[in-house]
Design a protein around this ligand. Sequence first.
Ligand SMILES: *[C@@H]1O[C@H](CO)[C@@H](O)[C@H](O)[C@H]1NC(C)=O
Ligand SMILES: *[C@@H]1O[C@H](CO)[C@@H](O)[C@H](O)[C@H]1NC(C)=O
Ligand SMILES: *[C@@H]1O[C@H](CO)[C@@H](O)[C@H](O)[C@H]1NC(C)=O
Length: 363
Amino acid sequence: MIFSKTFISLNLFGVWGIANASPYSIKSTGHWVNLTKLPHPRQEHGTVAIDDKTIALIGGVFRLGDGDVQEGLLTTDMVEVYDIPSNTWRTKAPTPYKVNHPNVATVNGKVYLLGGLVEAQNPPSPYPDWIPSGECHVYDPATDVWSPLVPMEKSTERGSAILGVHGEMIYLAGGMTFLIPDDQDSLTTVTAFNTTSGKWQKLPSIASNIPEGRQHGVGAVVGNTFYVVGGRYMKKQNVRGTVFMLDLNNPQAGWKTSEGKMPVPRGGLSGAVVGKKFYTFGGEANPNATDGVFKETEIFDMITEKWSEENPMAVPRHGSSAVAVGNNIYLPGGGLQEDGLEVEIGGKQHLLRTTDHFDAYVV
Ligand SMILES: *[C@@H]1O[C@H](CO)[C@@H](O)[C@H](O)[C@H]1NC(C)=O
Ligand SMILES: *[C@@H]1O[C@H](CO)[C@@H](O)[C@H](O)[C@H]1NC(C)=O
Ligand SMILES: *[C@@H]1O[C@H](CO)[C@@H](O)[C@H](O)[C@H]1NC(C)=O
């Protein structure tokens, strides 16, 4: 089940009769719509839907300078909220700490911020030097107030975990505890936060580790299954195309790995679920693109456990974070090129291109 070279070349020469026989033919369905740009270019943030009209951006990094030279990244506490009907942005109460790669989820209209990565030094060095935080807070949109929660347990503090919400529970799989230039780790840890009791809960030991470390992946709970899709194992280049699955009604059965593998394994991707389909977009560390970014739109069908492809991203990115509201999947900001890669555009060198671009994929 791989995206074979033969198929790609057939596809390029337009032999659609043969190409269509493949489960990976690119369908011309779905389209991209540009929306009002973000108030500030941002990447490595969390995106959540507060309700069916409102999306919130939590944490992440702002770029210092214009990106011609690496002038560094600034971790932010700024919360910006997008109103879907009016296509406008507003600023809300900042998060209680500056955080990138935050673990965020909405349960019953409240936004949970559970850990993430923070600057190791203050003032921060221009290059990423990020360590984990176990701080946890909940935001009430009605009062615009953040309130503290019980922190993450020792040795489970992390950022870039892969989240799923199941009723009152928030599940966090994998994640990372540090990121410096050219090095990062990836965890197998699975933990759960009970929003009713306000406590961290243990999973049965058989379910408390995913089969291999992951971060910069995407996830969701659909029905009673927690899906952990794609991401990286340790280094940025170690992209993965797996789908790990846990039946939350029977966690004693442990994690399973789907037979369905992503056609193009990717880390730093964005993803969201519409119906029984998991849409995944873009990603980072593409060795075949001069800007190091993936443009793929690939979809995992949770019923057949097969992947298909649709129209690629109009503006390919990584380090965004997607959220679905109705049939629209919103992708705010992100990076237009692989971080740290030297990319020349119009005679200028760029090592980083954080963007304020905002678009939606209409399923
Ligand atoms: C959407 O925005 C991108 C980036 O600014 C631009 O290249 C593209 O032309 C826009 N698409 C439309 C339909 O306006
Ligand atoms: C969450 O906590 C509440 C209150 O302690 C408890 O009644 C409930 O069973 C817990 N939920 C799960 C899924 O363990
Ligand atoms: C890059 O291109 C090579 C040669 O065509 C191919 O084998 C490989 O799968 C491609 N890698 C990605 C990540 O697309």
